[in-house]
Design a protein. Structure first.
Ligand code: ZN
Length: 343
């Protein structure tokens, strides 16, 4: 914790520029290859570092500019995965279909996964940096298993690989390592039962700050349609937050603004830093500083001031670049207003 109140961060992903890949897509095709693609990814990362700093954000990320998708970016460096023969699979409990790679043998890392991005980020900002990795349970839900035959066993195998990369990211100078676990809001009993344990394996031995992001997904149609079926009280967090409160993970990122999550559920995270979602990623409407400060005010009924980190509800990857930049600025301005109001 720092002495500055309401330090701001983003959940993780940001839109890719149109010269890097297709836009407004969750699995966009790259527009270059080889060395040219590597350079384009680095250039895009630099521009988003600058955009986050210009918006006055306190924790800076790489915007996930170097990975096609938040899960598959990691899997591309894993031996034992067949990327050449993807299969169609219903993911997030069949909420939508995705083309996923197959697990075909024992899993090992081919080498470093995100060294280039983390080192680039560290070299180009003096602020705290956060790096995101997919969580073990969400990975298991985004690949087709032809080898392990057991979800938990496969999740633990992925957790070991994540741990290996997380320790290396820490050595690169990363301040916060965040695991993304949208699957926790889909398989709540399993999440509390073994998902959190797998997460702790992934975070084992880390001395930097550890975090988990749990959301209701990107602002894509399948997710927006799903949310309409959840009623007027979204209580998914209720099952997993008590397990997380007991875990070693230090920060938890939650969806809040424009959601039907009862705010009092945040009280279940006593002792944790809470990244409160104050920016809606399913709407192009730009939040006003007043709206953001109001959301922070509501969360303050359940989260101590010093533990509240205003954040986006989820990643901004499928949005337009222009909207995303405006939302980053809104986040900075909203947190500044909250500092005046609630200091
Ligand atoms: Zn998310």
């Amino acid at each position: 914790m720092t002495s500055k109140l309401f330090t701001t961060a983003i959940a993780g992903s940001l839109p890719k520029p149109a010269w890097l890949s297709e836009t407004n897509k969750l699995w966009p095709q790259w527009k270059a290859e080889g060395a040219e693609l590597q350079q384009a990814k680095a250039d895009a990362t630099l521009l988003w570092i600058k955009a986050q700093e210009d918006a006055g954000l306190d924790v800076i990320g790489d915007g996930e500019q170097s990975r096609q998708h938040f899960v598959h970016g990691f899997l591309e460096q894993v031996e034992g995965i067949d990327f050449d023969h993807k299969v169609k699979m219903g993911i997030r409990n069949n909420r939508y279909d995705a083309m996923v790679p197959q697990v075909v043998s024992t899993l090992t890392l081919k080498g470093r996964v995100h060294a280039a991005e983390a080192q680039l980020l560290r070299a180009h900002t003096a602020k705290k940096i956060k790096f995101t990795l997919p969580g073990p349970m969400t990975i298991v839900d985004t690949v087709s298993d032809q080898f392990y035959g057991d979800k938990i066993k496969m999740a633990m195998a992925f957790a070991e690989l994540l741990n290996q990369e997380a320790l290396a990211l820490q050595a690169d100078g990363v301040d916060i390592i965040q695991f993304d676990e949208p699957a926790f809001n889909v398989y709540m009993t399993e999440a509390a039962d073994w998902g959190v344990k797998a997460l702790e394996v992934a975070a084992r031995g880390l001395t930097c700050t550890t975090a988990v992001h749990i959301c209701y997904g990107y602002g894509i149609k399948a997710n927006n349609d799903w949310k309409k079926t959840l009623g007027d009280q979204w209580r998914q967090y209720e099952e997993v937050l008590p397990a997380l409160a007991k875990s070693s993970i230090q920060q938890v990122s939650l969806e809040c603004y424009h959601s039907y999550v009862p705010p009092h559920l945040m009280a279940l995270l006593e002792g944790k830093d809470v990244m409160v979602g104050v920016i809606d990623v399913a709407s192009d409407e730009i939040e006003t500083p007043e709206q953001i400060a109001d959301t922070i005010g509501k969360a303050l009924e359940y989260v101590p001031k010093a533990r509240l980190i205003p954040c986006t509800n989820c990643g901004l990857a499928p949005m337009s670049r222009d909207i995303a930049i405006k939302k980053l600025h809104a986040l900075g301005l909203g947190a500044a207003l909250a500092r005046q109001r609630y200091a």
